[in-house]
Design a protein around this ligand. Structure first.
Ligand code: SF4
Ligand code: SF4
Length: 245
């Protein structure tokens, strides 16, 4: 026992400094995209030719746009056309689906703040019931690390709950496959009111590479990525409860 305590003491604190320090993102991290204002229809056509997702890139009313809710952040469009670049902006979670669409020539980005009074009433305590509705498990794994000592989201009052009865929100990953539709509906119904639905990852937001099933209700937050980076998810969940970092 004594040896174990000494070993633990020598290990020290393994929890990262984020937040409040900036997250330690990998060199190839792809965050919020920027699209040059002069991007043409031909540029978009060139990018669409290499994009694996239908309708992630569009050109309408003379402007190019990229839908982060459909995008899997593979970076092929940026390789095909220098008018798109992926920044290191990791604060990608939004409260309205339309806010995931990045338009050409968009100005400075400011992440949206929580205004929902029922979410703010949680006062930072957020219990999530994860529903993996047919995803590839990468979204689930990157959410799971938030509970490890390295990220320790419990220090902010955010935890995954073992039962929907104890959950404030359903944390949905995966495209909602046919066989998971009923399970998602039942899990959402089992959570006490007021309750929220958080869609994490391209699959849960738009189906991603697959076709999407039906939400029990429209999500109250969307966290894009494939999978969303843990820093993106933690920052979004903190902002969900009104505790932005
Ligand atoms: S990064 Fe997104 S928009 Fe660009 S090619 Fe990949 S999926 Fe398509
Ligand atoms: S969004 Fe990407 S990482 Fe997440 S479940 Fe779908 S394919 Fe997997």
């Amino acid at each position: 026992m004594f040896k174990a305590l000494v070993a633990r003491f020598k290990e020290g604190c393994r929890t990262g400094a984020f937040p409040p320090a900036a997250p330690n993102l990998p060199p190839d991290f792809k965050g919020r995209p920027e699209i040059a204002a002069n991007t043409t229809a031909e540029d978009v056509a060139r990018m669409k030719a290499v994009c694996p997702i239908t309708d992630a890139l569009t050109f309408s009313d003379g402007k190019a746009s990229l839908d982060m809710g459909r995008c899997i952040f593979c970076g092929r469009c940026a390789e095909a056309c220098p008018k798109v670049r992926f920044t290191k902006e990791y604060r990608l979670g939004v409260f309205r689906r339309e806010d995931l669409v990045v338009r050409a020539g968009a100005g400075e980005y400011v992440p949206p703040v929580q205004t929902n009074p029922e979410a703010l009433a949680l006062k930072g305590s957020l219990h999530l019931r994860e529903v993996s509705a047919g995803g590839c498990t990468a979204c689930e794994l990157d959410a799971n690390v938030l509970g490890t000592p390295a990220w320790d989201m419990a220090r902010f009052g955010i935890r995954f709950a073992a039962s929907p009865r104890h959950a404030d929100a359903i944390y949905l990953t995966g495209p909602i496959s046919e066989n998971m539709q009923l399970a998602l509906d039942k899990t959402y119904a089992a959570a006490p009111d007021p309750k929220f639905l958080i869609a994490a990852g391209a699959c849960a937001i738009s189906g991603g590479l697959y076709s999407k099933g039906r939400y029990p209700v429209e999500p109250t937050m969307y966290i894009p990525g494939c999978p969303p980076h843990p820093a993106t998810t933690l920052e979004a969940l903190l902002r969900f409860t009104g505790n932005g970092c």
